[in-house]
Design a protein around this ligand. Structure first.
Ligand code: ADP
Length: 383
């Protein structure tokens, strides 16, 4: 029977899953190398397995492939599915990764420097390790490709839009998964106006109408919108002009500043990790949380306005699924939108936490499952 492997390289983690082909893919083992850097750890099936010491994406992938080999005991992997951050304007759905496709995807790497190069490293390594398997790409941008033009463009001269300077939106695999769960468990909501907040190390909010993305807080790059672990979120472009003109900062220095040194790490001066921030007594930690919450409220409001109202608000991603503090604080000023939450339900991370007219849900995301489903639907990957 065919076994399928999924690989999801984020900025600070590398997640994997092994599935057996079925109508709904059957998970056999899942895990991740988390906290890439000096304190990386291997986590398997949710249990902390072992410390790895200094680990980058390449070593993490080696560790994962060894773990997978040990586990599958001689069974063949016939398909490998990769989360790919950027699919540009060409890739509207899961695509078999031929060399011609990979050439196009490498050209998109500068648009997602924290993710795309790692995604493509995983593809190269998977081709070397499983040369007979079908390699499939699933793109974070595909879910957003039907945006109306006003949510797709910037007010720049039109030639830039034609050149590809437009709002792509990301976290599409997560939004795809969440809309699938809603269709199954809350069918009344799927026809409605939804605001889904994916709050992980990266974070974005998506406005979804009748199951389709209408707007996203992330735009041309994965920097826009909400503040994140180490990324700035929305920034007045005048700040960049100032930093270049007056401080002589280069594009490379700005990339490091905006992708790796900003967000809640920059504001707190302490950590990019929300759990650590919540546990800190430092006034800077409290201020970083204040800013995070303020921007979250603002963007939830903006997404609801772009939908002409809101029927449901969904929290997902590591922070959205687990931080009762952020959910409570983000919703406390949103009573005017029919949003109110039940304290006990919120404390217990229950699925349904709203008490007002607008439903408020907490739904754990599963990007790997979306990839595994795409593999199952590809005959070459499962034969
Ligand atoms: P990634 O985007 O790398 O997949 P995750 O979705 O796993 O990241 O989210 C990681 C974030 O979730 C971190 O900031 C982490 O501190 C936060 N988080 C996880 N559990 C909790 C918790 N119980 N309380 C607050 N934040 C949490």
């Amino acid at each position: 029977m065919a076994l399928l492997l999924t690989l999801n390289a984020g900025s600070s983690s590398l997640k994997f899953g092994v599935y057996r082909k079925a109508d709904e893919p059957d998970l056999i083992i899942a895990g991740q190398v988390e906290r890439l850097g000096p304190d990386a750890r291997m986590v398997i099936d949710g249990e902390d397995d072992r410390p790895l010491g200094m680990t980058d994406h390449t070593r993490a992938l080696d560790e994962i492939l060894t773990t997978v080999w040990d586990h599958i005991g001689g069974e063949a992997i016939t398909g490998v599915g990769h989360r790919i951050a950027h699919g540009g304007t060409d890739f509207l759905g899961p695509t078999v990764l031929t060399e011609a496709v990979l050439v196009k995807l490498r050209l998109l790497a500068p648009l997602a420097p924290l993710h795309q190069p790692h995604n493509l490293t995983c593809v190269d390594a998977a081709i070397a390790t499983f040369p007979d398997a079908v390699q499939m790409g699933c793109f974070d941008t595909s879910f957003h490709r039907g945006h109306p033009w006003v949510n797709d463009t910037f007010a720049l001269p039109r030639r830039f839009y034609r050149e590809g300077v437009r709002r792509y939106g990301f976290h599409g695999l997560s939004y795809d998964y969440i809309t699938g769960v809603l269709a199954e468990r809350h069918p009344n909501l799927t026809k409605g106006r939804l605001v889904v907040a994916h709050l992980g190390n990266g974070a974005s909010i998506c406005a979804i109408k009748e199951g389709k993305s209408l707007a996203s807080t992330m735009g041309f790059s994965a920097l826009d919108g909400l503040p994140m672990g180490t990324r700035s979120g929305q920034l007045d472009p005048g700040v960049l002009l100032y930093l270049m003109d007056q401080r002589g900062m280069s594009a490379a220095e700005l990339t490091t500043l905006l992708y790796r040194e900003s967000g809640i790490l920059g504001l707190s001066g302490l950590t990019s990790d929300m759990r650590t921030l919540e546990a800190s007594d430092a006034p800077e930690a409290a201020q970083a949380i204040d800013y995070y919450v303020f921007r979250l409220q603002r963007e939830i409001g903006a997404m609801a306005a772009s939908l002409g109202g809101i029927d449901g608000l969904v929290f997902t991603g590591g922070i959205g699924e687990n931080s009762r503090l952020i959910r409570a604080r983000a919703t406390e000023a949103l009573g005017f939108m029919g949003i109110a939450i039940d304290e006990a339900a919120n404390r217990e991370n229950r699925e349904e936490i709203g008490t007002g007219d607008t439903r408020v849900l907490v739904i754990p995301t599963d990007e790997e499952r979306v990839i595994a489903r795409a593999l199952c639907a590809t005959p070459q990957a499962v034969s």
